[in-house]
Design a binder for this molecule. Structure first.
Ligand SMILES: *Cc1c(COP(=O)(O)O)cnc(C)c1O
Length: 365
């Protein structure tokens, strides 16, 4: 069969271990997953209510224009409805953008380590990938600007960056965008936007007004706690969205997800509580790191990358045996580290206890 050559060696996405798998493997009663940056507090009560009250027939296709959620979100963000595009998770918007722009002969510039789907989709489309190493967990925007040439179609920025938690500041972003020609699309992936509290953070909605070649990606999967429903969105200038929309699959956002996302959006006090709890949770990890002389990047997201300067897979396995699933830095391209999602206060205490006993046992050996 005539597969694209690059597909033959491409590996499918490897999801992390599930709590059920780990319970079975280690004979544990309770297992906490702090691996995928999901919201430890679930989602707003309004979501469950909206689903209980959901009365549409399952035989009917979803609203292909996502009308109700689109209207709510446009008014919440104070943008035009035509400035929004919805995806089956923001993952799907990454796919749409890649599909619309990337092909052999074009290139795409991205930070590394960062969110793996930028690279994955570029491979599928056969575009040249130009990866620029992070410096101290942050984008090297100067090098990224230098990597752009006349064949560059897309530049990916991730702020706060997954897996380091480091954000791009307003000054840095504008300085970078001023160097990028209008003919190059800049994707600003803000999956963790709602967690950000830094005062030097940019205003993405101002940015898209000033720079018509920027699309901002956000999601209902993280702080909104709706990862199961797969709803993400892009915000950009109307003309950019109009050009991208034909690439979108019909009915790409499922009906229940549309209802759940609108209900979640309406409860901003839940989001605020989660943001506050997350900041407090991060402080627990910062204190642990300082006490144990472990390097970390202060995080603007709901996860923290901690450098244990050890075999990350060994630490990963050890924490799993204690009932905590984290992400091994080896899998993320930063050996020696683990990335931990900030959980509830108790979950954080638990995983920190387990990390402490790992450190104590490693010293003994
Ligand atoms: C989780 C995540 C996404 C994908 O989110 P979905 O909307 O669930 O597809 C995109 N970008 C980054 C950086 C993420 O961490």
């Amino acid at each position: 069969m005539k597969w694209k050559k690059q597909i033959l060696t491409l590996k499918a996405y490897q999801p992390g271990r599930t709590t059920d798998e780990v319970k079975k493997a280690y004979g544990l009663q309770d297992v906490v997953k702090l691996a995928s940056n999901e919201n430890p507090f679930g989602s707003s009560e309004r979501v469950a209510k909206s689903i209980r009250e959901y009365a549409e027939s399952f035989a009917i296709y979803p609203d292909g224009y996502t009308t109700s959620l689109r209207n709510e979100l446009a008014s919440f963000l104070n943008v035009s409805e035509k400035q929004l595009i919805f995806g089956n998770g923001s993952d799907e918007i990454i796919l749409m953008l890649s599909r619309a722009m990337l092909e052999p002969g074009k290139n795409t510039v991205m930070p590394t380590p960062s969110f793996p789907q930028y690279r994955h989709n570029a491979i599928v489309e056969g575009a040249e990938i130009r990866e620029v190493e992070l410096v101290n967990g942050a984008h090297d925007l100067d090098k990224m600007a230098q990597a752009i040439d006349e064949n560059t179609a897309i530049v990916w920025l991730c702020s706060p960056n997954n897996p380091t938690g480091v954000h791009i500041t307003d000054v840095q972003l504008r300085g970078f965008l001023d160097r990028v020609s209008e003919g190059v699309l800049v994707v600003l992936d803000e999956a963790y936007y709602e967690y950000v509290t830094a005062s030097d953070y940019y205003d993405a909605l101002e940015i898209i007004k000033e720079y018509k070649n920027v699309i901002v990606l956000r999601t209902f999967s993280k702080v909104y706690g709706l990862a199961a429903f797969r709803v993400g969105y892009g915000i950009a200038d109307e003309s950019l969205i109009a050009q991208l929309d034909p690439v979108r699959e019909p009915f790409n956002v499922n009906s229940v997800g549309q209802v759940a996302a609108a209900a979640a959006l309406s409860d901003q006090s839940f989001i605020e509580q989660c943001r506050t709890a997350n900041k407090e949770g991060l402080e627990q990890f910062y204190a642990f790191c300082r006490e144990n002389n472990l390097a970390f990047h202060p995080s603007e997201a709901n996860f923290i990358l901690i450098d244990f300067n050890c075999d990350s897979n060994e630490l990963f396995e050890y924490l799993m045996s204690k009932g905590y699933i984290v992400r091994s830095g080896a899998a993320l391209g930063i050996p020696g580290t683990v990335r931990v999602t900030v959980g509830s206060k108790e979950q954080n205490e638990g995983v920190i206890e387990a990390m402490k006993s790992f450190l104590a046992e490693t010293v003994k050996r």
